[in-house]
Every structure is written in C-alpha cells, then in structure tokens.
Ligand binder design. Sequence first.
Ligand code: A3P
Length: 288
Amino acid sequence: MEDIDSFLFKFEGYYFLRPGLDIGFLETLNDFEIREDDVFIVTYPKSGTIWFQQILNLIYFDEHRKSTENLETILRVPYFEYPNQNTDFVKRPSPRLFTTHLPYYLVPSGLKNKKAKIIYVYRNPKDIMCSYFHFSKKMPLPAATTIEEFMKLFLEGKVLGSLWFDHIKDWYEHKSLFNIEFMMYEELKKDLRGSILKICKFLGKELSDEDMDTVVSQAMFENMKLDPRANYDNILKDQFGIQEKGHFLRKGTIGDWKNYMTVEQNERFDKIFQKNMKDFPLKFIWDM
Ligand code: A3P
C-alpha cells in the first residue's frame, strides 16, 4: 500500500479517500457476502453519483418519496468502501442499496454470480474533470489552483478514483461477469422520465404514474439542490466543516467544460482521449 500524500491512499493500485477509510474492511471486500437483491451504483467520482442515490432512494422508499422521513440519501444508499460512516452492512435489511467508486476488480466476488444488480453511471470526462476541479478545491482532496494543473492530476489518475480511462474501460470490458446496466448522465439530462423508467425496468420495480411523477420531480436538479436529504450540504458541514453550500449540486449541466478549458487544452485532451478510447463502443455526449 502506498501513501501518496495526506489525502489519498493507494490500495491495490487504486486511490481511496483517506478520511473515513477502514483499511481492514478493504482487505475483506472480496469476501463480503452479497445478497440477491443487493443493488450497487458504481461511478467514477463526479459522474452523477448523488443523483442516482436520490433516484434509488425515491424508487425504493415510500417514506423518502412522500417526505415522511428525514434520512439523508447517503444513509440509505451508503458508500460501500467507507462503511464506518454508516451502520453495519451485514445487519442491514434487504434490499440493501450501495454506492461505490470501486474498480471492477475490487468489488465483492459474490457480485459475479450475476444476481445482485449494478448500475454503472458514466459521463463525458471533460465535464467530470471540470466538476472535479471545482469540487477538489473545497474538499480534502489533492487540489489545483488552475484547470491546467488539475488536468494533469486527472489525466495521470492522481485523484480519488484513479484514472478515469481505466475505470470505465475495465468495468465495460468485464461487463459480462456482472448483472450490470450502463446509464449515461447526459441521457438523464435529456430524458429524465425515460431514464428513470429504464432504471425501474432493470430493477424490476413498477411505480404508479403518480409515484413516477414524484420521483421525476424530486430528482430534478433544482429540487435536489433544495432538499437537505439529497444535497449533501449537511454532510460536508458535519464531516469536513465546510460551511458553504452547493458543492455537490453545482451546475448540473452538459458542456460546462467549454467555460474552463482553452482550445489548446481541449485539443490535448481530445488526443489523449482518442488514444485511450479508440475502440471503446460507448458514445459520449459533450454538449447540449
Ligand atoms: P457539476 O459539478 O458539473 O454541477 P457526483 O455525485 O458523482 O459527485 O457528481 C456530482 C455532479 O453531478 C455535479 O456536477 C452535480 O451538479 C451533478 N448532479 C447531481 N445531481 C444532479 C441532477 N439532479 N441533475 C443534474 N446534475 C446533477
């Protein structure tokens, strides 16, 4: 294990966030017992993780949809690799919903029985990078003062989540091992209702029209931003002492990278992207 700096831990070739990390648990991940009705959201950071946490919460829990409870989404759909922030996963009632940024080779081997379900969420990496650039300035993460500096960290994979290219390619190339659905951030932006229906179909959940209307409404950016259960503002305040709001729900748009990357940076990024993703079959949406 390599301790690269005060923010990140490298374990099995992958960078984890140091605060809240339980190395002992990481060593047992492979053997963690999976149940048939477990659901995992898998993302590279800044790809819309909290969006999917909210959507799953709304689909699965009446009390969340009807706002009769105040539980934050992270408590219902906790980060799998940071269990000490939550209750005991083994004792959690089914269906258990988890979130993870793990690479495919670190998830529990039981997921390969194809019974539990995985939703892999992906987003165009220029928007990920810009979102991450802003986010890292506020969080206990390797930060950069300019987009140029951050682009270097991002393209070298010296960030929580390691190299984006590896994350998405490895998951995609090994998809036949898992019961996995790939969902694109930009598709949700373009057709939220249609995307939520697709998620429900994959999960085998059927909602009434009225419930579906509520899910769609509460999953919209503007509404999530105002929802203290979904916007993470309290978590950032309690866990990291960050008083300002709106770091997770910043802009929520497609193509914001155009406001930050120069023409030269964009061309450089494109070259590296093409080299790494040459034969990759999934397509990306870079602007509206
Ligand atoms: P921006 O920083 O570009 O605004 P993650 O949860 O993986 O950290 O991803 C955060 C990104 O997803 C942020 O992107 C955030 O605004 C966006 N996001 C979260 N909820 C969203 C929603 N309901 N609609 C659109 N974008 C959303």
